[in-house]
Design a protein around this ligand. Structure first.
Ligand SMILES: NC(=O)c1ccc[n+]([C@@H]2O[C@H](COP(=O)([O-])OP(=O)(O)OC[C@H]3O[C@@H](n4cnc5c(N)ncnc54)[C@H](OP(=O)(O)O)[C@@H]3O)[C@@H](O)[C@H]2O)c1
Length: 245
């Protein structure tokens, strides 16, 4: 039975991950800022079989609350084995271009808050020499594109940070798993027209659990995004800057 801390637990992808852990009768500690939504998810996860479900309401941009939140999760479950960091916002690229404040807010949500959490959790896991930390980054972090480079650059920071952290923690028996989804049909992407490249959150969650169980390093979900991003990354800048991606 695992003790799982899910940060950004109201995310559709995170909720589907939590359902899998609940079916395995694991202990869950859910963190999110939307109280009503979090309570509904917690009640559902208990019915689905979770051994215990505790909740904590935190706006994750308030990084000064991270220490207390992680301590509370450890106290509630008697330790933490696995952490999933899933919160995020799909930045409005056009309005960010007109507002430094909005751009920095997006970087705060999608990169800096995650880096605060990673730093605190990594130090705890390093001391106890065990644990798995999984973060949902994005294929958008693989190459900055005109249509979403604010979000993409925040995710690039998360990907690079977890790469270094993984190398540092390897000798301490701590796994760092970076998930790079492509397009996923969730509330975040509700306004987009869906097509062949789109995945459902339950399918993505199954891949995330598999990556965590196998302590994988970086995982593209679905896997075909690995090929897509190889092509996008290898386009010469002289061509890339002229095409609209
Ligand atoms: N959907 C995709 O196509 C896609 C692709 C690649 C990567 N991802 C990443 O996958 C992760 C999960 O996203 P999703 O697709 O499951 O979308 P989602 O259902 O919209 O989930 C995002 C969650 O993040 C929470 N959140 C945002 N800012 C927060 C804050 N300051 N404090 C606490 N919670 C906050 C939101 O809470 P509220 O409901 O309270 O706003 C929401 O529950 C994100 O990191 C996202 O960037 C998604």
């Amino acid at each position: 039975m695992k003790k799982v801390l899910i940060i950004g637990a109201t995310s559709a992808i995170a909720e589907h991950c939590a359902r899998i852990w609940a079916a395995r009768e694991d202990e869950l500690y859910l963190v999110g800022r939307n109280e009503a939504h979090l309570q509904t998810i917690a009640a559902d996860l208990k019915v689905r079989g979770a051994s215990s479900v505790a909740i904590n309401f935190v706006n994750l941009n308030e990084t000064d609350r991270h220490v207390a939140m992680i301590d509370a999760a450890e106290d509630a479950m008697g330790g933490v084995d696995v952490v999933l960091i899933a919160h995020g916002t799909l930045s409005n690229q056009k309005s960010c271009e007109l507002s430094v404040e909005e751009t920095l807010d997006e970087i705060q949500t999608n990169a800096l808050s995650t880096i605060s959490l990673l730093t605190l959790i990594a130090n705890k896991f390093e001391v106890k020499r065990s644990g798995t930390i999984c973060v949902i980054s994005s294929v958008a972090g693989d190459r900055g594109r005109a249509s979403n480079y604010v979000y993409g650059s925040a995710k690039a920071m998360v990907t690079a940070f977890t790469s270094g952290l993984r190398q540092r923690l390897h000798k301490s028996n701590v796994a760092v798993v970076t998930i790079k989804p492509g397009f996923v049909d969730t509330p975040m992407t509700a306004e987009f027209k869906k097509g062949l490249l789109w995945a459902k959150p339950n399918a993505v969650a199954a891949k995330i659990l598999r990556a965590i169980d196998k302590k994988k390093a970086e995982v593209y979900v679905p896997v075909f995004w690995w090929f897509v991003m190889v092509v996008i990354r290898s386009l010469p800048t002289s061509i890339f800057k002229k095409i609209g991606l």
